[in-house]
Design a protein around this ligand. Structure first.
Ligand code: ANZ
Ligand code: ZN
Length: 783
C-alpha cells in the first residue's frame, strides 16, 4: 500500500525542486516555439483572490501541454505596476508606491508559485522599473518622430476626485472607472496618440484573428466606421454655412430643421442675430458641463433651444428651416451639426414631437417619395445622386477618437519632452533615456502634475541650445506601458533595443493570449495600434500582436455575489491551497464549468475534486503486469480527448474524462505500469505535483514534464461495441449492446432475443424497421 497522500509535503518538495532547476525557462533547442501569455496584473497590495488565477491556471495547463508535446514555450509573467490603482493605494496608506509595489510583488509571486504556475521568472518585467519605462519613453519618441504623438488643446474627461484626465474608455456611466467619482469636461493641452490613423486597418485585420466574436464586434463598434456624405446648408441672409455629416443624404427633402452641438463655433458667431441669446447662452453653458455619455444616454428626455431669428436653407428645395442647439448632437463627431429628419431618425422624431416640428416622410422604405425629381428613385442610388445635386461630398467618419495619453499624475512614465523658450518642444535624445521619475515629490494630487514641484526633475537644460528649459511634467497613461509589454518579454534584458528583431521574430505574434473580457476595447485596441505603428516604422514584420485570444469567466462568491471585501465573501487562495492542495485547487477551478462562463465557488464541489485526487493517488496500489482490454481502450480515448480539449480550452470535460478513467481503474483494480504512466502524463499539465511524485515512485528519474505526450492509436479507440436505443413506435424502450458494424437483420434478431422485448413483440406484426447505424433502431408495430 502506498503511504497516505499528503499534499503539503509533496507540493512543497516539488516546488522547491522546480524552482532550483529553473524548470520553466525557454531554450528547448531546435524545437518549434510557442508564446503563451496572460494579461499581467497590477500588484495592488490586497493579494490575489481565487478569481484571479483562473486564467493563469488555464494558460499554465496549455503551456505545460505544449512543453510535454515538445515545443519550446515562452510563458512569462510581469507587473503592470504604474497607474492609478497603485497610486491611489499609496495615497491612502501614505506609503510610497515603489514600496507598495515591491511588497505586493513578493506576495503575488509567492501565491503564484504556490500554484506552480510555470512562468519563466528570468523574464519577469515591471513596468515601473526605469529599465522598462526607458523603452516606453523610447516608444513615445518613435511615435512623436513619426507624427503619431502630438499635443493639442482638447476637452478632456476630468475626474474630480482622482484629479486626472481619463480616457473615454475609463469613464463608465459618467463616473470614473477607478474611484466611481464624478467626471466633468475640461479644456486642456493634452498629449495624444493618433490611433485614428489606423482605424481602417484596425477593423479590417480583425478578420484574421481567432478571437471571441463578441470582442471583435465590440472593437468594430468602438471604431464605429460610418459611410455617408457631408452636405452644406446656407444660413439665410448671411455668408455663414452649416456643414453636416449624414449617413442618409437620400432623406434631404425630409430635413425640417437643423441642430448644432452646444460647442459649435457658429453659435457665438450668430449671436448678433439671435433674439433669445440669453436663453441660448444658458442652455449652452449647462450642456457643455455634461459628459458625452450623459448626453447620449438612451431614454433621456431630449432638450434644446431654438436660435430665434436665424434660419437655414435646405439645399434640396430651398425651404427655410429653423436651427436649434441641442445636446444630443455631439461636437466631437462628424461636423458637430446635423440635418434633422424626424420622419426617419428616432432621435430627431422624439425632438420634433416635443417641439412640434414638421415630420415629412420622404421614402416608402425602398424608394423616395415627396422628394421632387427623385421620387421613385431607390434609396441607395438616391444617396449618391442627391449628394451630387447639392454639391456635397461622400465621406467616411469614425467614432474612434485619438488616444489621450497624458496624465497629471505622479506614478507613471514621464513624457520625454523638454520645453525651451528658444527651441520650443524638444524631444529628449534617446541616449538620455530613461527620464527617471524623481523621489522628491509629494504625490498627493492637486490637479497639476506633481512632477512640477520636484526640484530635481523639472528644471533642465535644453538638449539643443543648452539654455534653461523645463521638462514636460505629465506622465503617460498606464495603458501605454501595457500596449507593448509582450514585445519586451521576448528580450527582457536588452539594453540596446526594446527587443531585438531576432527575439521578436522567434516568438511573436503571441500564439495564445488569455485575460478578462473587460479588456475588449482598451488594452487590446491599444496593443493592436502600437503593433501596427511598430510595423510601419520597420521594427517588426507582422501586423497583429495576438493570434488567438480567450477570455475567462469570473469566479463568483458562493453567495452568488461578486467577490468583494465589502461583502466579506472573498475566498483566499492561500487557505484553499493549504487545506486542499494546489493540485486540487487547479483542477477545481478548471472543473467548475466551461472556461468562459462565470460560475460560483462551491466548497462541496472542491471536496469532490479532492476525493478524485486521492483516488488518483490510490491507483499506485493497482499496478499489475497488464490492463484489461477495456481499460486500454478507455486510456486511448482519454488521451485523444484530453489533447482535443486542451487545444479548445474545454478543461472541464477533460477532467471529467480523467474521473471516468480513475473510476474504471478502481473498479477493475488493475492497471499496467505503462498505462498508469500514460495517464499520469496527460494529467500532469493539470496536476503537476501529484503526477510528478507518482512518476518518480514508478521508478522514473527525470521530471514528467520532460517526458513525452502519449500517442493514442486509432485502432485502439474503439472496442467495436456500441450501445443503441430500441424504440417501439417511436418511444424509447430499452438499450442494447451490439457490434458497431452489425447489419439491420442481425440487430433485429438480437432485439427479439432481449427479454423485455419478447413480451412487447409477441404476436404483433413488425410493419417497418428504421435502423440508424450504431445509434438507434425504431420498430413500428401493427396494431
Ligand atoms: C440625417 C439622417 C436621417 C440621419 C436618417 C440618420 C437617419 P452613425 O451611423 O452613428 O455614424 N449625426 C451626425 N453627426 C452627429 C453628431 N455630431 N451628433 C449626433 N448625431 C449625429 O450616425 C450618423 C447619423 O447620426 C447622421 O445621419 C446624423 O443623422 C447623426 F433617417 O443625418 B443622420
Ligand atoms: Zn533650446
Amino acid at each position: 500500500m502506498s503511504k497516505e497522500y499528503n499534499h503539503r509535503d509533496i507540493e512543497k518538495k516539488w516546488q522547491e525542486t522546480w524552482d532550483k532547476n529553473n524548470a520553466y525557462a525557454t531554450g528547448n533547442k531546435g524545437a518549434e516555439k510557442r508564446y503563451v501569455l496572460d494579461m499581467f496584473p497590477y500588484p495592488s497590495g490586497q493579494g490575489l483572490h481565487v478569481g484571479h488565477p483562473k486564467g493563469y491556471i488555464a494558460t499554465d495547463i496549455y503551456s505545460r501541454f505544449l512543453r510535454i508535446k515538445g515545443y519550446d514555450v515562452l510563458h512569462p509573467m510581469g507587473w503592470d505596476s504604474f497607474g492609478l490603482p497603485a497610486e491611489n493605494y499609496a495615497i491612502k496608506t501614505k506609503i510610497h508606491p515603489k514600496e507598495t509595489i515591491r511588497k505586493a510583488k513578493i506576495q503575488y509571486k509567492d501565491q503564484i508559485k504556490s500554484l506552480s504556475l510555470s512562468y519563466d521568472w528570468d523574464r519577469e518585467i515591471t513596468t515601473s522599473d526605469p529599465e522598462y519605462y526607458r523603452w516606453t519613453q523610447w516608444l513615445f519618441l518613435e511615435l512623436y518622430k513619426n507624427g503619431l504623438a502630438y499635443k493639442k488643446e482638447a476637452k478632456v474627461n476630468w475626474c474630480e476626485s482622482c484629479k486626472t484626465v481619463l480616457a473615454n474608455e475609463q469613464v463608465v456611466d459618467n463616473a470614473c472607472d477607478r474611484c466611481k467619482g464624478e467626471v466633468i469636461q475640461k479644456s486642456q493641452e493634452q498629449w495624444f496618440f493618433k490611433i485614428t490613423e489606423f482605424a481602417d486597418d484596425l477593423i479590417k485585420d480583425l478578420k484574421e484573428l481567432d478571437w471571441p466574436e463578441s470582442t471583435k464586434i465590440n472593437q468594430e463598434n468602438w471604431i464605429g466606421k460610418s459611410e455617408g456624405a457631408e452636405l452644406t446648408f446656407k444660413v439665410k441672409d448671411s455668408n455663414d454655412v452649416i456643414k453636416v455629416f449624414t449617413t442618409r443624404p437620400d432623406t434631404l427633402f425630409g430635413a425640417t430643421y437643423m441642430v448644432l452641438a452646444p460647442e459649435h463655433e457658429l453659435i457665438e458667431k450668430l449671436k448678433p442675430s439671435i433674439r433669445n441669446w440669453s436663453f441660448v447662452e444658458k442652455y449652452v453653458k449647462k450642456a457643455i458641463s455634461k459628459t458625452e455619455l450623459e448626453r447620449l444616454s438612451d431614454g433621456k428626455d431630449k432638450t434644446g433651444m431654438v436660435l430665434d431669428g436665424v434660419m437655414a436653407i435646405n439645399p434640396a428645395n430651398n425651404e427655410e428651416i429653423p436651427i436649434f442647439v441641442a445636446d444630443y448632437v455631439l461636437s466631437g463627431y462628424g461636423t458637430g451639426a446635423i440635418m434633422a429628419v424626424p420622419a426617419h431618425d428616432d432621435r430627431d422624431r422624439e425632438f420634433a414631437e416635443k417641439y412640434d416640428l414638421p415630420i415629412i416622410e420622404v421614402n416608402d422604405g425602398e424608394k423616395l417619395v415627396s422628394s421632387g425629381e427623385f421620387d421613385g428613385v431607390a434609396i441607395e442610388e438616391a444617396k449618391k445622386s442627391i449628394t451630387e445635386k447639392v454639391g456635397g461630398i461622400m465621406k467616411t467618419t469614425y467614432r474612434l477618437r485619438d488616444w489621450s495619453v497624458g496624465r497629471q499624475r505622479y506614478w507613471g512614465a514621464p513624457i520625454p519632452i523638454i520645453y525651451c523658450d528658444k527651441c520650443g518642444e524638444v524631444p529628449v535624445p534617446v541616449s538620455d533615456l530613461p527620464v527617471t521619475l524623481p523621489d522628491d515629490v509629494d504625490f498627493v494630487p492637486t490637479g497639476e502634475s506633481p512632477l512640477k514641484d520636484s526640484k530635481t526633475f523639472h528644471s533642465v537644460k535644453c538638449p539643443k541650445c543648452d539654455s534653461d528649459a523645463e521638462r514636460e511634467s505629465d506622465t503617460l497613461d498606464t495603458f501605454v506601458c501595457s500596449s507593448w509589454y509582450f514585445f519586451r518579454f521576448t528580450d527582457p534584458t536588452n539594453f540596446e533595443e526594446f527587443a531585438s528583431k531576432k527575439a521578436i521574430n522567434d516568438w511573436m505574434p503571441v500564439d495564445m493570449y488569455v485575460g478578462g473580457a473587460e479588456h475588449t476595447v482598451l488594452h487590446l485596441m491599444y496593443s493592436r495600434f502600437i503593433t501596427k505603428a511598430l510595423k510601419r516604422f520597420g521594427y517588426i514584420d507582422f501586423k497583429e500582436p495576438f493570434d488567438t485570444l480567450r477570455h475567462q469567466g469570473m469566479i463568483i462568491a458562493e453567495d452568488g455575489r461578486k467577490m468583494s471585501k465589502s461583502f466579506n465573501n472573498i475566498v483566499n487562495p492561500d487557505d484553499v491551497i493549504d487545506t486542499y492542495g494546489s493540485d486540487t485547487m487547479r483542477l477545481y477551478e478548471m472543473f467548475m464549468g466551461p472556461f468562459k462562463d462565470s460560475i460560483s465557488w462551491s466548497t462541496s464541489n472542491i471536496l469532490g475534486v479532492r476525493r478524485f485526487i486521492e483516488k488518483v493517488w490510490r491507483l499506485q496500489d493497482y499496478v499489475t503486469d497488464s490492463s484489461s482490454k477495456e481499460l486500454e481502450i478507455l486510456l486511448h480515448q482519454t488521451i485523444k480527448k484530453t489533447e482535443e480539449d486542451i487545444k479548445t480550452f474545454k478543461f472541464n470535460t477533460a477532467i471529467s474524462s480523467f474521473m471516468v478513467f480513475a473510476n474504471k481503474v478502481e473498479e477493475e483494480k488493475k492497471i499496467s505500469k505503462d498505462d498508469l504512466k500514460s495517464f499520469l502524463k496527460i494529467l500532469s499539465p493539470f496536476a503537476p505535483h501529484i503526477t510528478e511524485e507518482m512518476w518518480f515512485a514508478l521508478g522514473e528519474t527525470t521530471s514528467i514534464s520532460k517526458s513525452d505526450w502519449p500517442k493514442y492509436s486509432e485502432d485502439k479507440l474503439s472496442s467495436g461495441k456500441v450501445v443503441i436505443a430500441i424504440q417501439i413506435n417511436g418511444k424509447a424502450r430499452e438499450e442494447i449492446e451490439i457490434n458497431e458494424d452489425e447489419n439491420q437483420d442481425s440487430v433485429i434478431e438480437k432485439v427479439k432475443e432481449t427479454d423485455s422485448m419478447k413480451k412487447r413483440l409477441e404476436g404483433r406484426e413488425i410493419k417497418k424497421v428504421i435502423y440508424v447505424k450504431g445509434k438507434i433502431i425504431n420498430i413500428v408495430l401493427g396494431s
